[in-house]
Write a protein that binds this ligand. Structure first.
Ligand SMILES: Nc1ncnc2c1ncn2[C@@H]1O[C@H](COP(=O)(O)OP(=O)(O)OP(=O)(O)O)[C@@H](O)[C@H]1O
Length: 311
């Protein structure tokens, strides 16, 4: 568990981060979202002490971060930034193995970890381990950057706009990948973005910053349904609220008995995906599968009823 306790940073008499407190549960993703200058990056960098707080403290699993030298702390906390920050003259394998090597892991253990991570990120180790960053696409470089930050199984992974440089299609894919990998490894992640869509898509919890203050901290559904301030409401936007809410509900939640034909949809898919599939294929019901079995159907009227009930 990460406890941020009344942390502030004052520059030139002005608070860039103003008495922020929040708790992050182990094995979850918290997304810190806000406009430019709201203090997101400063907050993140105080957690691994790239910035020293003016006041307040951070505890990781009960241990105050100031109880050890900053560089030792940072070996235990992964850090991934926009533009990935890979070492250009080192191979992918050496890049990913950098922190394990610093921590004194054996060559075999480091190599096994590098290959395991490349596999997880859908990059064939034999093909990619010995390449240099310049020989990779932007999306591949970004994946290696995240793999490197995860290599030593850090207590916490901090990510600052990690997908900022990716085009929107790769970006959505990168988010889905991160979610899958985070679930597989059980990592604890704090990620900064200015994109509320990304926050809602990725976060178990979303923390909204405005003018250095934490104005709301809750689940994506809470943020959308009960924005705490006009600013949060503005960031969430009113227009496609029902659609956003549908993206938070699984097909499994409203599956019913009855016939349906055509390409099925998975029970874990969202109602937003189900709605698109209905509209795209002109059907008013889709068969629903779990694994290989059909477990029922989802209907257009039921999806619409959900959108109206939660809007
Ligand atoms: N080293 C510094 N010296 C003085 N002021 C700073 C320093 N770093 C940040 N600030 C100020 O603190 C405020 C918060 O900056 P911060 O970078 O944390 O915001 P942000 O929400 O991450 O913004 P962005 O999305 O643009 O990166 C800004 O007003 C910024 O100008």
């Amino acid at each position: 568990m990460i406890e941020i306790d009344q942390i502030s940073k004052v520059y030139d008499g002005k608070a860039a981060v103003d008495a922020v407190s929040m708790t992050v549960e182990t094995g979850t993703i918290t997304v810190i979202v806000g406009t430019s200058g709201s203090g997101k990056t400063t907050l993140l960098r105080m957690i691994n002490r790239l910035e020293e707080p003016t006041s307040g403290e951070v505890r990781i699993n009960g241990v105050v971060t100031t109880s050890m030298p900053g560089h030792i702390l940072r070996r235990r906390i992964g850090y991934a930034i926009q533009g990935h920050g890979l070492f250009p003259h080192h191979t992918v394998g050496r890049n990913i193995g950098a922190v394990p090597q610093l921590l004194g892991w054996s060559k075999e253990k480091t190599r096994a970890r590098v290959d395991e991570l490349l596999d997880l990120f859908s990059m064939d180790p034999a093909q990619f381990r010995d390449r240099y960053p310049a020989e990779l696409s932007g999306g591949q470089q970004q994946r290696v950057g995240v793999a490197r930050a995860l290599a030593s199984r850090p207590d916490l992974l901090l990510m600052d706009e990690p997908f900022g440089a990716l085009d929107p299609i790769i970006r959505a894919r990168a988010q889905t990948d991160l979610r899958r990998i985070q679930r597989t490894l059980g990592s604890t992640i704090m990620l900064v973005t200015h994109d509320m869509e990304e926050a809602i898509h990725l976060g178990d919890r979303v923390a909204v910053m405005d003018g250095g203050q934490l104005v709301q901290h809750g689940t994506p559904a809470e943020i959308i349904q009960n924005p705490a301030t006009a600013f949060v409401a503005d960031m969430v936007g009113g227009v496609d609220r029902p659609l956003r809410l549908l993206s938070l509900i699984a097909v499994a939640d409203i599956v019913e008995d009855g016939p349906a034909t055509g390409t099925p949809i998975a029970a874990e898919a969202s109602l937003r995906d189900a709605l698109s599939a209905c509209l795209w294929s002109g059907r008013d019901a889709l068969p629903v599968t779990r694994g290989d079995a059909i477990i029922g159907r989802v209907t257009l009227p039921a999806i619409r009823a959900q959108a109206q009930a939660t809007a």
